[in-house]
Ligand binder design. Structure first.
Ligand SMILES: [NH3+][C@H]1C[C@H](O)[C@@H](O)[C@@H]1CO
Length: 606
């Protein structure tokens, strides 16, 4: 599950290194508009509403004046998203647009570089100024650091020679600095975060949110068409988690990311409700339904019949992307009273146009009654580790009535059942622990047992920049330089990589017990895979009696275990990681599940 929360996208998975790169959605002539920028050596800075904007979508420019009497490099610096990692041997792609506010015969050059916070140069290149005119020009350069920085406290700088440029005023727009990206995609993903996520071998990617789909107001909702095409045409938006979204990570980047990882998109469309509680009135949803139809056509439409599909083709992807599920809104249990008509109007309009799309409802299951009757629901639950351990049979009692379920957001986030969403002082977890991760693993054995009706499941939130979090715990934390997979990440990865393809019935765990297991078969290798979650601090002996004709005498055990509060954090990044070993197996064999552990036992049996 992905949304731009805690800089999951901007400053996270999206590889752009400069924060506030285009002064989007800021108020000109304010200090806040200069967020992440600073003056170098006395230049005067101000974000202005440019009289000649670089594009209609990007009306603001950074105006830099070189005062008389300055010497040396004078200009601007950007501190990145709470740091900039600089690695020797990597090639960084930098660009920006500039124009002079007054034409002149000035000749000079920009120095574009990477520097440590103390001003030591890591990479630098000089770019001749084409001409001091009021017309926009673009600079594109490569930076190749001669050595790696010892920390991420570095800056990207663009400067002029103070003496030569004395008195000049230059407007800048749409800066950008990219490191090498995942699969070298232009405007692509940060390699270390992308690789960490790819190693889970996820099957789907829910986008673009979560709350971040909905907007704090109707006008601030996520709109697909504002997130595709040249970056000059993307205005960005005020995201729902307290920072501006550049929308450089837009719908097509999401879809290409799905393609790169072999994932299906579970794509949400706006359902007419914003987080301030406003809902589009019954009967007025037409324009929003059209925008949703265009969004779906951008993904799967025929370029010969649909303008949004033709736009996709013109942007380099004439073939449709795979799309099976479209989610109508997010957590519409917050306003079920209007979801009844919002769901009805949206789905009755779109289903005939997209007969192969499965629309997912986001209200509580079967409440309110919706028409048409949803065949898919997105179920969210944030609870205590104990709740998850004691609710592994949550789906066992669900009627098999053709309805299927997406466990779209779940995580054990607090030890305080009476204040789940409280502060760390009230029991909220900052990072997953072995207690929370084994609680989730217990719950997931139930999802696996009920995988005839649970078609997908995802921990949430996925990502979190440690320097600016709006939610804890998270599956994968990171800072400007390092990625920190949590204990829950390894639980997700162990389940994902050991999925098998058929559920094997077994003696059932005790619903309110402390030890939980599920058994699947991997038909291609004739293996069975037993997942065991021990959710308490005492080891648990388990005896297996396998009714197969042939059972191997040895198997493998992949075990994630640790003390109750054991956790992967920036100070203990790999405190709990899976350990592999060989175990003795047979038609009957015993196993000791360690305290607070997830064990994945794999053996050939048939
Ligand atoms: N409040 C959670 C529910 C919502 O869908 C997400 O945006 C939030 C974080 O996962």
């Amino acid at each position: 599950m992905f949304e731009d929360i805690s800089h999951s996208g901007d400053g996270g998975l999206y590889a752009e290194m400069l924060q506030n790169r285009a002064f989007q959605q800021v108020t000109p002539n304010t200090a806040a508009a200069l967020n992440a920028w600073h003056s170098v050596n006395g230049a005067t800075l101000n974000v202005v509403a440019d009289t000649i904007p670089v594009s209609s979508a990007l009306p603001n420019s950074l105006q830099v004046t070189v005062p008389a009497g300055t010497v040396g490099h004078v200009g601007v610096g950007n501190e990145g998203y709470f740091g900039i990692k600089v690695t020797a041997g990597s090639t960084y792609t930098a660009s920006f647009h500039y124009r002079f506010t007054t034409a002149s015969a000035f000749k000079g050059s920009f120095t574009v570089g990477l520097q440590t916070a103390s001003g030591e140069s890591l990479a630098s290149t000089s770019v001749p100024i084409a001409a001091a005119t009021t017309a926009w020009a673009q600079v594109n350069v490569k930076l190749r650091p001669t050595r790696s920085a010892s920390s991420t406290a570095n800056n990207f700088t663009v400067t002029l020679d103070g003496a030569a440029a004395s008195g000049q005023t230059v407007n800048f727009a749409l800066f950008s600095l990219f490191p090498p990206t995942f699969k070298n995609r232009p405007n692509g993903m940060r390699v270390d975060i992308a690789t960490t996520l790819a190693e889970m071998r996820p099957s789907f990617f829910r986008l673009p949110g979560g709350n971040n789909l909905e907007g704090q107001t109707i006008s601030q909702r996520w709109q697909w068409n504002a997130t595709v095409g040249p970056l000059l045409n993307r205005p960005g938006r005020v995201g729902d988690w307290g920072y501006v979204n550049t929308d450089g990570l837009g719908l097509m980047e999401y879809l290409d990311w799905c393609e790169d990882l072999g994932m299906q998109a579970i794509m949400a469309i706006w359902s007419g409700f914003s987080l301030d509680g406003e809902a589009i009135a019954d009967g007025d949803l037409g324009p929003y339904i059209q925008q949703a139809a265009d969004q779906i056509n951008f993904v799967i439409g025929d370029p010969a019949k649909s303008a949004p599909a033709a736009l996709r083709a013109s942007l380099g992807h004439p073939a449709a992307y795979p799309l099976k599920y479209v989610e109508v809104g997010n957590e519409d249990f917050f306003q079920p009273s209007t979801y009844t008509y919002r769901w009805h109007d949206i789905v009755t309009a779109l289903q005939p146009e997209f007969p192969n799309i499965h629309f997912i409802a986001t209200s509580d299951t079967f409440s309110p009654v919706l028409s048409p009757n949803p065949l898919q629901y997105d179920v969210h639950v944030y609870q205590t580790p104990t709740w998850f351990a004691q609710n592994s049979f949550f789906y066992d009692g669900f009627e098999r009535n053709a309805t299927t379920y997406f466990e779209g957001e779940y995580a054990a986030i607090s030890l305080n059942s009476s204040d789940i969403f409280g502060t760390p002082a009230d029991g909220r977890l900052l990072f997953p622990t072995m207690q929370s991760s084994t609680g989730e693993a217990a719950f997931m054995t139930g999802l696996e047992r009920n995988s005839d009706i649970v078609f997908s499941a995802s921990y949430a939130p996925l990502l979190n920049h440690l320097a600016n979090s709006q939610w804890t715990p998270n599956l994968v934390s990171f800072d400007a330089g390092t990625v920190y997979p949590s204990s829950s990440y390894y639980v997700q990865k162990l389940f994902s990589l050991n999925r098998g393809d058929a559920y094997i019935p077994s003696t059932l765990p005790t619903p309110l017990g402390t030890l939980f297991w599920s058994v699947v078969r991997k038909t291609s290798t004739k293996e069975i895979i037993i997942k065991i979650s021990n959710t308490v601090e005492t080891a648990a002996p388990v005896t297996f009696v396998l009714p197969f004709k042939t059972v191997a005498t040895t198997g493998t055990a992949q075990v994630l275990s640790g003390a109750q509060n054991a956790s992967n954090t920036p100070t203990t990044p790999s405190f709990v990681v899976p350990k592999n070993s060989t175990i003795r197996t047979g038609k009957t064999f015993s196993y000791q599940a360690p305290p607070f552990s997830l064990s994945v036992l794999t053996l050939v049996a048939h």
